[in-house]
Design a protein around this ligand. Structure first.
Ligand SMILES: NC(=O)c1ccc[n+]([C@@H]2O[C@H](COP(=O)([O-])OP(=O)(O)OC[C@H]3O[C@@H](n4cnc5c(N)ncnc54)[C@H](O)[C@@H]3O)[C@@H](O)[C@H]2O)c1
Length: 262
């Protein structure tokens, strides 16, 4: 789809893999200049080289690292129009009573504090220019109960933080939105599926009867980052193939199977 060109510079945190990588590829194709930053510097460089973009190393859980990235990007590439925060860490399924404090704190620190640092540091530079757009990646784990206690809590807080920042910065020209993907077929998830780490196929529990593809999440992210979403701020756009609407059908035996053509 050919939409807008000259969208400006987008920084994608966690752009070396998965949804972040798909977003970097889509944004570059849509006329954005992209800066791809990841803790996995090799992955960031691989994607950047592929796109003719610039790769950076960053650890979003470190204030010094995020601040260094913001200044490095601004010095080498210029002012940032859009920030996408797709970096996150995940948790293994364990009974809540056995969840270690260290795991809880590490996940909260990276996913929540890391998102806060990125929003605050890049947002401050956007405020100075009274222009910018931020998209935080949350999750359907923020919206329902599932065995991802620390991860889900971190993502619910990211949605709340997004709403707060959107309210506070709107009149200064900054939009802040969230995207909550459902189970999305990135290579990390594909590996889990192959090794039987899910009890069943996540696609079985969606209205559309399938898992989400990374580029489908990237479409929502790029839309919210762009001027096409100029009146949208503070929303949490769910991209879940209908997981939310299907979940309440379980007591009726699940969503209706496809109708046979007449
Ligand atoms: N894939 C899914 O099913 C799914 C579902 C809901 C939400 N999400 C969210 O989407 C986003 C992307 O997830 P994904 O599935 O593409 O994962 P992924 O593992 O494929 O990519 C995540 C990237 O973040 C990077 N990263 C991790 N910690 C970092 C840190 N401290 N600093 C900088 N980079 C760091 C990793 O190196 C990796 O490149 C995450 O916020 C995740 O919570 C994913």
């Amino acid at each position: 789809m050919n939409i807008a060109t000259n969208n400006g510079l987008a920084v994608i945190l966690g752009g070396g893999n998965g949804i972040g990588e798909a977003t970097a590829r889509l944004m570059q194709a849509r006329g954005w200049q992209t800066a791809i930053a990841d803790k996995d510097a090799e992955a960031a460089d691989r994607v950047a080289t592929d796109l003719g973009a610039t790769g950076f190393e960053v650890d979003i859980s470190s204030e010094a690292s995020v601040a260094a990235l913001a200044s490095q990007v601004e010095t080498t590439l210029g002012p940032v129009s859009a920030l996408v925060v797709a970096a996150a860490v995940f948790q293994d399924i364990v009974p809540t009573e056995d969840l270690e404090t260290e795991v809880w704190e590490r996940i909260l620190h990276t996913n929540l504090t890391g998102s806060f640092l990125a929003n605050r540091i890049f947002g401050k530079a956007m405020l100075a220019r009274r222009r910018g757009s931020i998209v935080n990646i949350a999750s359907i784990a923020a919206l329902g109960s599932m065995p991802a206690e620390a991860y889900g809590t971190s993502k619910a807080a990211v949605v709340h933080m997004t709403q707060n920042f959107a309210g506070e910065w709107g009149r200064s020209g900054i939009r802040v939105n969230a995207v909550s993907p459902g189970s999305t077929l990135v290579s990390r998830v594909a590996r889990r599926l192959q090794t039987g780490r899910y009890a069943s196929d996540p696609g079985d529990f969606t209205a559309l009867g399938r898992i989400v593809q990374p580029n489908e999440v990237a479409e929502a992210i790029e839309f919210l980052a762009s001027e096409r979403a100029s009146a949208i701020t503070g929303v949490n756009l769910v991209v879940d193939a209908g997981w939310q609407v299907a979940s309440t059908w379980s007591q009726f035996g699940g969503v209706r199977p496809a109708r046979e053509p007449e």
